[in-house]
Design a binder for this molecule. Structure first.
Ligand SMILES: [Zn+2]
Length: 387
């Protein structure tokens, strides 16, 4: 690597650390530990440069009033969050006071949309104007980012109106570095719809609070066929019927299952139909497989994540559906206390979505639904025009 690239990286690590400290001044070793875990894994790689570039492109889009998304598993990285490459923080769900950088993790929720966003900050002194906590946190292990290989492709989704400028910006940055970067920018049709809805209603996507009971209810009961960008809508209806979602986290799981292959049909669907397990306990993301195995190992006092990492990594790519799981790994799962079903489930997965990708899809759908509920006329008009 050239000296200049090494210098850029050094500066970016400083920038990320400064953001961490500015964002979060309360002392919690788990946050620093996560930062340093990522730093150790990415130290010799160029990911931090790409996160920064993505952050800069997204910032420019935001300044022009465009909502963008970075898909796949960039949302598993705290560094990506700190540099603006993604909007969702991969730490456990938490309340956050911007004034003082105080953070309080939730002990009961799995996903930040299930936290109460009306809660007022209880920590700031009384002479401050009362202010609400912010919420964030998707609870995603960093390993999920690493499963995508040494130099994963990054993809920014933008509305068509920003495609040309974004592409030019990326090209200019590539020219500066003199290499082609593993980043693509693509127009996404739902983002076009959202952009049109923003223009028509005067309400920005980023000003909408998704923490909304009405939204949750509507997602399960309204006719939202036009919002769901999934291959089989009947399958989705079946999921709602069997899973009876009660939280945004439940919706996230359903979104995940709807976008995976050979996870629901003939698998989780049968388990639930036959009351062999509860919806709460089924693994639906690649990360769930990793965490389930790691948790069992910890319970038995075994440190190290090798087995959990290997099995989750292979499941993500559908490796076991193509090639049989090695006997020694299959035996390990049984020794760890998993039943044959779990082993069979993993062996049949053709594609299992990452949690961070599911978060992006769910949010996109919820924003659409919010406009549909709050601005039905504008919504119908724009959907009609898009046909
Ligand atoms: Zn406060």
């Amino acid at each position: 690597m050239s000296t200049s690239k090494a210098k850029v990286k050094k500066e970016l690590w400083k920038k990320a650390y400064k953001k961490l400290i500015a964002w979060y001044r309360d002392l919690d070793p788990s946050v620093f530990s996560r930062f340093l875990q990522e730093k150790a894994a990415l130290r010799e790689r160029n990911d931090i440069i790409y996160f920064d570039i993505i952050g800069r492109i997204r910032e420019r889009a935001k300044a022009l009033g465009y909502y963008t998304e970075t898909i796949r598993s960039d949302g598993a990285s705290l560094i990506a969050y700190l540099l603006g490459a993604v909007d969702d923080n991969p730490l456990k769900p938490f309340y956050y006071c911007k004034e003082h950088g105080w953070i309080r993790f939730s002990s009961s929720k799995e996903f930040y949309l299930d936290l109460n966003d009306k809660r007022l900050c209880t920590w700031c002194s009384l002479d401050n104007a009362p202010h609400r906590f912010e919420t964030n946190g998707t609870n995603i292990p960093f390993e999920a980012y690493l499963w995508r290989g040494k130099e994963p492709q990054h993809r920014i989704n933008v509305p068509t109106a920003f495609l040309e400028e974004g592409t030019q910006m990326l090209k200019n940055i590539s020219d500066e570095y003199g290499v082609s970067l593993p980043i693509t920018i693509e127009a996404e049709s739902t983002l076009d719809l959202l952009h049109n809805l923003e223009t028509k209603t005067g309400i920005k996507v980023t000003d909408i609070s998704l923490h909304n009971e009405a939204l949750l209810t509507a997602f399960c009961t309204e006719n939202i066929e036009d919002i769901l960008n999934i291959p089989n809508k009947e399958l989705y209806r079946n999921m709602l019927r069997l899973c009876k979602p009660k939280s945004f986290f439940d919706l996230l799981k359903i979104t995940g299952m709807a976008h995976s292959v050979q996870v629901w049909t003939n698998n989780l669907e049968n388990r639930l139909k036959n009351n062999l397990c509860d919806f709460d306990e089924i693994p639906v993301f690649a990360e769930d497989i990793f965490l389930a195995i790691r948790t069992e190992m910890e319970r038995l006092g075994i440190n190290g994540e090798g087995l959990a990492n290997e099995i989750a990594y292979n499941a993500v790519s559908g490796y076991y559906a193509e090639n049989q799981m090695e006997d020694e790994f299959a035996d390990c799962l049984i020794l760890l206390g998993f039943d044959n079903w779990f082993k069979k489930f993993i062996s049949e997965i053709q594609y299992i979505i990452s949690k961070s990708h599911a978060v992006i899809i769910l949010k996109r759908q919820l924003y659409m639904l919010w406009y549909k509920l709050n601005y039905p006329d504008e919504y119908s008009l724009i959907m009609e025009c898009a046909k």
